[in-house]
Write a protein that binds this ligand. Structure first.
Ligand code: PRX
Length: 631
């Protein structure tokens, strides 16, 4: 038997041999002629010349052997809908939507923006895009008009697929209203908008532009749309994510490399195979939803569960009741979701028969030991952390139980996954820190393995500048996370090096929030930092200088002003980005050259020492931060 260490070592020593082996996990229409082209680093092309299709691998190839097996189980505790689609039924629905999109003028390489609640049609739309070679850009439903408009303008979609409304904890979320606002703001509006009418909200239709999904579907009932065979490196999708600068980056994913990497990750890390049932509680608007609700489970022939609702409605046992009812084998969630459950009756963890469940994976933010122990003891199953990013599309660090039963260590997401050469570098010098327990930037030596981002949509320079130059060492990709490695090769992640914060597993850019708050007419200057929070991991906290401070000079006025500013963020970016608090100060801590001392503000907000202050311009600014927090 190969040890995991040998397995991983081979993936780096002989990447072409290793990945050629993995490539057999998927179907190719035309075989590739070269496993890896790394002639223009950092751009890596995997499986050059090979043609394939994600929808073929996720659906068509299973029809002969598992056509009647459930492919997608949809459960909504918001509407009470519960529906199972077999692979054959999924095939039919995806062909219909593919026909509909083609009919609306979408062709290979066009973008289709999907702004949808967690409904089965969202999955159909993604797979339909894959089928016809259109590039989907799914935008998380929690984002509001300005965020959405930025993404519309960057992706310039031919068609947008949306719905009247979503529902969260029984309250409608007006997707169509927000979409109309966004299209109004956008410079590149789509020519058609395809709308699912769930009859949850009133919908005004724009004649000539808005098309009804059900009506169009009825016209495409019998469509059979052949798969477009894409060259392995052709883009499958764009997914926007936050970074240091205000404008979100469109992470571009390839086709062949992604399919291969996902299939390998299901075997090596998630221990999930054909016939199993996989339940990821994420949202399709995030990378976990793309990879582990939609593509990975289906590619390996597993059944995927898609859930619309919150984890505690009707009560904190809802997920476990789904596990019992649908005999879920593998589950994937986030630490915040578990911390939410922790506030509810622990007896709910024991109420259902969880015999089918083998493993629970958690990712997206640091997993604290009490939470890991609580859930693992509560459900009596192993709980496994894994660490990755929108950019990589699948785990960088994990516990590859599929190869060898490696032990987990609390606080560590594990060891590098096959294909990743993960190292720690000194941020300033770019020197590799080879000794254990040295804190530095977690970085990946190029080439990135298959499945990772291939570039920033429409901006190769930004890709190189952002990811490949921040560690001053050649061909090294920065994760923008601090970390250390111990003597056994386990990594520990210690937070971001940039201005990204992680609120309840949602990745947000503090600069975006600052920009939004600055648009309030009474804001002169504002700083937003992430502050540790027992439930959400982090929350955003804002410190603002007002143009007219008299508008917040009493407690009552302060609260009203704070509420107004929060509303600005709600309406522009979405409630997901709303700061937990907005404090008012008259000066912000800056260096003499005018740079905001964000790390000091964050430290003070968390009750820590502010760190190196030799360059501070006005030390009284620190006192103001302290006073504001304790007021
Ligand atoms: O800071 C790391 C944190 O989340 C970031 C990536 O977020 P996102 O692009 O939304 O992708 C999430 C995919 C699971 C990382 O740069 N992060 C993610 N997983 C972990 C984590 N931090 C600590 N432990 C983890 N397991």
């Amino acid at each position: 038997m190969t040890t995991y260490k040998e397995y991983h070592a081979r993936s780096l020593r002989d990447p072409t041999g290793f990945w050629a082996d993995q490539a057999r996990l998927i179907d190719w229409h035309q075989p590739f002629s070269q496993v890896l082209d790394y002639s223009t680093p950092p751009f890596a092309k995997w499986f050059v010349g090979g043609t394939t299709n994600l929808a073929h691998n996720a659906i068509d190839r299973h029809l002969a052997t598992r056509g009647d097996q459930p492919a997608l189980i949809y459960v909504s505790t918001e509407t009470g809908e519960e529906k199972t689609y077999t692979f054959r039924q999924l095939y039919r629905e995806v062909n219909r939507v593919a026909g509909m999109l083609k009919g609306l003028g979408v062709t290979r390489g066009n973008r289709v923006l999907i702004y949808m609640p967690m409904i089965a049609e969202a999955t159909f739309a993604m797979l339909a895009c894959a089928r016809i070679g259109a590039i989907h850009s799914v935008v998380f439903g929690g984002f509001a008009a300005v965020s959405l408009a930025t993404r519309i303008d960057d992706a310039q979609p031919t068609v947008i697929v949306s719905a009247d409304a979503g529902s969260r904890a029984g309250k409608p979320v007006p997707y169509k209203l927000l979409l109309d606002e966004a299209i109004e703001l956008a410079k590149f509006p789509p020519s058609k908008v395809l709308l699912v009418d769930r009859k949850l909200a009133e919908m005004k239709r724009v004649p000539g532009r808005d098309v009804d999904y059900a009506t169009l579907r009825a016209q495409h009932m019998n469509d059979e749309v052949p798969c477009e065979w894409l060259e392995s490196s052709e883009p499958s999708y764009i997914l926007y994510t936050s970074g240091t600068t205000g404008t979100p980056k469109g992470v571009q994913r390839d086709t062949g490399g992604y399919a291969v990497a996902l299939a390998a990750s299901m075997r090596d890390i998630f221990c999930c195979e054909a016939g199993d049932t996989f339940f990821s509680t994420s949202d399709i608007g995030w990378v976990v939803g793309h990879s582990y609700i939609v593509y990975a489970p289906l590619i390996v022939g597993a059944t995927t569960v898609m859930y619309e609702g919150v984890p505690v409605r009707p009560d904190g046992g809802i997920w476990w009741s789904i596990v019992e009812k649908y005999k879920v084998n593998v589950m994937f969630s986030s630490p915040t979701a578990i911390r939410v459950l922790k506030k509810h009756d622990p007896a709910l963890l024991r109420k259902y028969d969880l015999a089918s469940l083998r493993l629970l994976f958690l990712a997206g933010e640091p997993l604290d030991e009490p939470t890991a122990r609580w859930i693992s003891d509560g459900i009596g199953k192993p709980v496994i952390d894994n660490y990755w990013q929108t950019e990589t599309g699948w785990p960088i660090l994990g516990i590859s139980r599929g190869i060898q039963a490696l032990p987990s260590k609390f606080g560590s997401p594990g060891v590098p996954a096959a294909g990743y050469s993960v190292k720690i570098f000194d941020e300033a010098t770019g020197a590799e820190l080879t000794q254990p327990h040295r804190k530095g930037v977690v970085a990946i030596e190029g080439p990135l393995p298959p499945g990772c981002m291939t570039t920033v949509w429409g901006d190769d320079d930004r890709y190189v500048r952002t990811y490949w130059t921040s560690v001053p060492s050649k061909h090294v990709y920065s994760t923008f996370d601090w970390g250390i490695r111990d003597e056994d090769g386990y990594f520990f992640i210690l937070g971001r090096t940039d201005d990204v914060i992680n609120v309840a597993g949602h990745r947000l850019g503090t600069r975006e929030i600052e920009e939004s708050l600055s648009s309030h007419p009474n804001v002169a200057e504002v700083a937003v930092v992430g502050v540790a929070d027992a439930l959400k991991g982090q929350v955003a906290m804002a410190f603002a200088i007002l143009k007219d401070a008299t508008k917040a000079d009493t407690l009552e006025k302060k609260l009203a002003h704070e509420g107004e500013m929060m509303k600005v963020v709600d309406s522009q970016l979405g409630a997901v980005a709303r700061p937990a608090r907005v404090h008012f100060v008259s000066v912000l801590p800056k260096t003499r050259s005018g740079k905001l001392l964000r790390r000091s503000i964050q430290a003070l907000a968390e009750g820590r020492e502010p760190g190196d202050l030799t360059t501070i311009e006005d030390p009284s600014a620190l006192q103001q931060i302290k006073d504001a927090i304790h007021a």
